[in-house]
Design a protein around this ligand. Sequence first.
Ligand code: FE
Length: 251
Amino acid sequence: MEVLFNQDDHKNIWLEDYGHGLAVQANQHMIVHKGQGLILDPGGHKAYKQTITQVAGLIKVNDLKYLFLSHQDPDIVAAVNGWLMTTDAEALCSKLWIRFVPHFGVDRLVEHRLKPIPDDGMWVNLGGCELVILPAHFLHSVGNFHLYDPTSKILYSGDLGASLGMDYAFVTDFMTHVPYMEGFHQRYMTANRALKAWAKMVRTLDIDIIAPQHGAAFKGRELVQQFIDWCDNLACGLDLIESVFKVPARA
Ligand code: FE
């Protein structure tokens, strides 16, 4: 567990990671303000038990107000029914995915607590503190959101900035880190046009930390800027599609 910010009843906690076998490594983050909690991308069934135990160690489970779902992937949403059944929280999810998520098995008793996020994003009040959900569509999902916390100046960027395979939790040298995230971004992110629009939006924010859902975080102004600049210039997805669409050679 890593406390990213802790000041005046406001805490940003990066929860402990317990290994997953074949399942992709995923980060769970929590924001606590005056005892009320929001959990970001709570994860699948393998992470559920340990994650909820950690939440219970930080706040009263009944004071968990929101589950923020950046998009619809199983490593984010699969255990949403368990979370809704054991807490009073609302799950916030793109309006585009609201009728698909119940296929993970959302009980009738709790389905009214699955709430749609409009395409433009929205503000959320957590115990008197304002958080903003930002549009990040096509990065990579068609209905995709990031969450910015103006108090801690942390931008939670979901799959954007994800890295795999290194053994550190915080990036120290940007160029050394690029190989751990490049392939994923080239294949999963839709197009540079979306990255450019995102970069333009987030350059208007005051950001100390960018915390992705997989792999290492970018801490400090310099690394944050380097990451945004890298996204701004990255060719990915549709930009590279001609090189992918070829009839495969026979084995
Ligand atoms: Fe994803």
